[in-house]
Design a protein around this ligand. Structure first.
Ligand code: AOF
Ligand code: ZN
Length: 350
């Protein structure tokens, strides 16, 4: 985190502020998978007693940032004058991009205290927001510098992880989803394309919804004729995602491709080694790998993944989720299914 002028003695996160952070993160999660190239961000506004007056999130690029929407809602609810504290999962922006700076909107409100989850990893805005607020006399507190905010900080970091990955590594966060049956094979029985439980199928579609695209291989296309669309859960309206097919275009059926292109921006990637550069050129912040053993082995070899979710069905037909992650946080932790995941020892690359 950048050094910031708000560095005083460590602060204690009051219970109501902690609860407001959880509410803000939950609201932001409702729009995960719709905000790219912008991050998912949540904001809660509290009155002097710590009561939540307004909760909002950034919905999509070009729409109001979380802070501005929360303030706008407070105005419409007639509670604007009572707002004293803003709780934001991400440092408020101090730049004019598609929208005007959130710092200015906060300074034009009765907000006296701002609690911040994560610093903005966007190199064009880093550090500026908090400094501007402090300069104007606002009390700015960082979860990272608090005595009791580690879990809340981890939550905000998990929310920001896909955007932070894009900002620091230049490519989206890569989650591999692999389903294996009790015999350890990835191949479903004849005539079926899946063998996991309805809950696992739903989770897979929740992840498709939260991510900005799918990475697959020509082998999977030929074997499964996959649609890769979001079903089983409602999708965002008019959401066009990325579909990266590793392999050669000539190896995919024309009618499959034509159908997919109606909903996806389809890109072909001849070699896995080219994948980071190809993904970097897109707006995607988070992609889901849904592929067969060949592509998965190649990604493993190249260390080209951020977390690896294995859904394993046991002999009794019950699914078990195991997650390996190469980071200290994962956006998978934002979903209720996380409670069912066994975490394998994080394996960090050389
Ligand atoms: C905030 N609150 O809710 C979000 C922020 O092009 P713009 O104007 O939409 O700005 C996008 C950048 O602003 C984005 O790259 C990130 O640094 C920050 N996102 N900031 O104060 C928000 N979504
Ligand atoms: Zn902003």
């Amino acid at each position: 985190m950048q050094e910031n002028p708000s560095h005083f003695a460590p602060v204690f996160v009051p219970e109501q502020v902690g609860q407001a952070f959880r509410t803000a993160v939950a609201e932001a999660c409702r729009y995960l998978g719709q905000t790219a190239p912008n991050p998912a961000v949540g904001c809660a506004l509290l009155d002097a007693e710590g009561e939540v007056l307004s909760v909002a999130a950034h919905h999509k690029a070009g729409a109001l940032h979380a802070e501005r929407l929360a303030l706008e809602q407070a105005k419409q609810a007639g509670v604007f004058d009572r707002v004293r504290t803003a709780v934001v999962t991400l440092e408020p922006c101090n730049h004019t991009g598609r929208t005007r700076p959130c710092t200015e909107a906060l300074l034009a409100s009765p907000v006296k205290t701002v609690w911040i989850g994560c610093a903005d990893p966007n190199p064009t805005v880093a550090g500026g927001g908090a400094a501007r607020l402090v300069e104007a006399g606002i009390s700015v507190h960082w979860l990272e510098e608090s005595t009791n905010g580690a879990a809340l900080f981890a939550l905000c970091k998990a929310l920001l992880a896909p955007f932070a990955c894009k900002m620091t590594e230049g490519r989206p966060w890569i989650t591999v989803k692999q389903a294996v049956n009790s015999a350890g094979t990835m191949v479903p029985p004849e005539g079926q394309t899946t063998f996991t439980s309805p809950e696992s199928l739903k989770f897979a579609h929740v992840l498709r919804r939260a991510t900005d695209g799918v990475v697959t291989g020509t082998g999977t296309v030929m074997a499964d004729n996959p649609a890769f669309t979001v079903r089983h859960v409602p999708d965002y309206a008019d959401r066009r995602r990325l579909l990266v097919v590793c392999g050669q275009k000539a190896h995919t059926p024309e009618d499959w491709l034509a159908e997919r292109q109606k909903q996806f921006d389809v890109l072909f990637c001849r070699s896995c080694a080219d994948l980071p550069a190809l993904l970097a050129k897109t707006d995607a912040l988070w992609v889901l790998v849904e592929a067969g053993p060949t592509l998965l082995a190649a990604l493993k070899e190249l260390n080209l993944w951020d977390d690896w979710l294995t859904i394993r069905q046991n002999a009794a037909g019950v699914d078990h989720y195991t997650v390996s992650t190469r980071h200290d946080v994962t956006p998978l932790a934002l979903f209720p299914e996380w409670a069912r995941c066994t975490q394998e020892q994080a394996c960090f690359p050389e």
